[in-house]
Design a protein around this ligand. Structure first.
Ligand SMILES: C[S@@+](CC[C@H](N)C(=O)[O-])C[C@H]1O[C@@H](n2cnc3c(N)ncnc32)[C@H](O)[C@@H]1O
Length: 168
């Protein structure tokens, strides 16, 4: 299942039975276009999605939703392919009792960068999800990432997707 798929049909190139789900918040028309391409696509808010069976694979690529809105539909032993642009991978990494970090897919060789576009798959996740003790430490270590995440959190809080008030 690919929640928040937008117009991205790419998983259908490699997986035989993908369910695409999108609420069309900013990507109007995407569900119909996927359907016209012969794909199984459902227009709904993921919070209103109630599949008959759990899914064995989730794709969380820039989903603009908290990961748990989708992971509640994952079967035990299932897989998740997640990126971290919207913090999905980090959210999963914070739940080691539920999710095992398996490896990384490194897309450094992206098309358009005069490279060959090959993905590098590795079991090495060392250094990828190191905890920081405070926002100040995060800002000091990775100022650009801090600014991006802060903007994202504020935007999601404004839309009521997350509660960004400081915890004790
Ligand atoms: C930034 S786009 C990402 C699209 C695609 N995954 C990509 O990377 O190109 C985020 C998508 O999430 C969808 N979306 C946002 N909130 C949603 C929700 N609650 N339920 C389902 N889809 C949602 C929007 O309609 C939009 O298509």
């Amino acid at each position: 299942m690919y929640p928040s798929c937008g117009f991205d049909a790419s998983p259908a190139r490699v997986f035989p039975n993908v369910t695409f789900v999108d609420a069309e918040k900013g990507n109007e028309g995407c569900v119909q276009l996927l359907q016209e391409a012969g794909l199984k696509a459902i227009k709904t808010d993921i919070r209103e999605y109630h599949p008959a069976e759990e899914h064995d694979l989730l794709i969380l690529l820039n989903p603009a939703i908290p990961a748990e809105w989708a992971t509640c539909h994952l079967s035990t032993g299932g897989y998740i392919i997640a990126n971290d642009y919207h913090g999905s991978a980090s959210q999963l990494a914070q739940k080691p009792d539920q999710f095992l970090l398996f490896g990384s897919i490194d897309l450094v060789n992206m098309p358009g960068q005069n490279k060959d576009g090959k993905a590098i798959i590795s079991r090495n996740i060392e250094g990828l999800f190191e905890q920081v003790s405070s926002p100040e430490e995060f800002r000091r270590l990775r100022p650009d990432a801090f600014e991006f995440k802060a903007g994202l959190i504020n935007s999601m809080a404004e839309r009521g997707i997350i509660d960004a008030s400081p915890s004790d």
